[in-house]
Design a protein around this ligand. Structure first.
Ligand SMILES: Cc1ncc(COP(=O)(O)O)c(C=O)c1O
Length: 371
């Protein structure tokens, strides 16, 4: 058995004609920066999210950094977020000279625990930045209620959550604005790096677009605020446009596979399964088990040709790169425990059900052997 974490080639083969045509269209037009494909993908992805505006940028990290900049986040400011996430979430805050303030997560959803939020807000707080981790939405209703009491915007880190929902509303329309990554392995992935900021707020979208394009003013070579170059690549926009019509079908296939794992792994001793919370719909970016002896399970599966991953072995408040935020071991007990226990097993739309059954059998065998 040889099962990878994702199979981008299998995905390509399903949509080869549309992707090849999209790439040929851009190459033939020689419009490599900006143009119709960028403009239309922004419109189409905003519509998919149920939001009015979208600004394509170079990657998900830039989406976060530029969105925070557009909120005016700078030195002396604080952004409240979680440590149970990829480093980019915290990095985007540091890149603006601000300080990340970390709150713990709720172990049922792996996302921001709204219980800890109120106490983390100070007069310096500028933005609240929850993360929809592994495709599961953060409890946005509770988070927004706290944010509204303090007059703060909520920025969604939706890098892992294209198509996640709460009460029929999709990630991208659950906060004031949202940031997406289209890194190749994401639920909607480009053929390189790409990202997007989505919002209903036209002024905010215009500010993001401005800083992403050298702080451009109205006239050419009119640069009115300090900016950078972080535009969405046209080839990536064209590939993403070819893929977007398939996203809902792929999410359905992910959901079927998550349900199959849940059925096949129910009751395995020592293995805690991920659960979709009653109030949300997960986009199942990753299927995350919790096991006390995670490293032994990883070795067991690796020996049988089954790929696994650990997202993430260290919560970001304990990363050396975040040292200036002053995080210490023991600050965030749930995040710290999860980092010792979580392990991801393959889950992608093209994963053959027989492979999934084989993976489940191996996990059962491992659990039965006294996990
Ligand atoms: C939660 C989270 N935030 C931000 C990012 C950054 O996105 P990118 O890799 O496109 O910069 C990622 C993905 O890599 C992510 O998983």
């Amino acid at each position: 058995m040889a099962v990878p974490m994702v199979d981008l080639r299998a995905q390509y083969l399903r949509i080869q004609e549309a992707v090849d045509a999209a790439i040929a269209r851009v190459v033939g037009s020689t419009q490599f920066v900006g143009g119709e494909d960028c403009r239309l993908f922004e419109q189409e992805f905003a519509a998919y999210c149920g939001a009015r505006h979208a600004v394509g940028v170079a990657n998900g990290t830039d989406a976060l950094a530029l969105a925070l900049r557009a909120y005016g986040v700078g030195p002396g400011d604080e952004v409240v977020t979680v440590a149970n996430t990829f480093i980019a979430t915290g990095e985007a805050i540091l890149l603006n000279g601000a300080r990340p303030v970390f709150v713990d997560v709720d172990e049922a959803s792996f996302t921001m625990d709204p219980g800890g939020l109120e106490g983390a807000i100070t007069s310096r707080t500028k933005v609240i930045l929850p993360v929809h981790l592994y495709g599961h939405p953060a409890p946005m209703n509770e988070i927004r209620a706290v944010a509204e009491r303090h007059g703060l915007p909520v920025l969604e880190d939706a890098a892992q959550a294209h198509g996640a929902e709460i009460a029929g509303k999709r990630a991208g329309s659950l906060g004031h604005a949202a940031c997406f990554s289209f890194y190749p392995g994401k639920n909607l992935g480009a053929y390189g790096d790409a990202g997007m900021v989505v919002t209903d707020d036209a002024d905010f979208a215009a500010r993001v677009r401005q800083v992403a394009n050298h702080g451009a003013g109205k006239a050419r070579y009119d640069n009115v605020v300090p900016g950078t170059n972080s535009r969405l690549d046209t080839l990536q926009a064209a590939v993403l446009r070819a893929k977007l019509p398939h996203l809902e079908g792929w999410t359905a296939e992910r959901r079927e596979r998550a349900a199959a794992y849940a059925r096949l792994l129910e009751g395995v001793p020592g293995v805690v399964l991920p659960r979709e919370q009653a109030w949300g719909r997960s986009a199942w970016h990753l299927y995350t088990l919790r096991v006390a002896n995670r490293d032994s399970l990883q070795a067991h599966l690796t020996a049988r040709g089954i790929a696994t991953a650990v997202h993430y072995p260290r919560p970001i408040h304990l990363q050396p790169a975040m040292a200036t935020a002053g995080g210490r071991a023991g600050d965030l007990p749930v995040s710290e425990r999860l980092s010792q226990e979580v392990i991801q097993v393959p889950l992608y739309p093209e994963l053959p059900i027989e492979s999934l059954e084989g993976i489940a059998r191996e996990i059962r065998a491992f659990g039965g052997a006294g996990a």
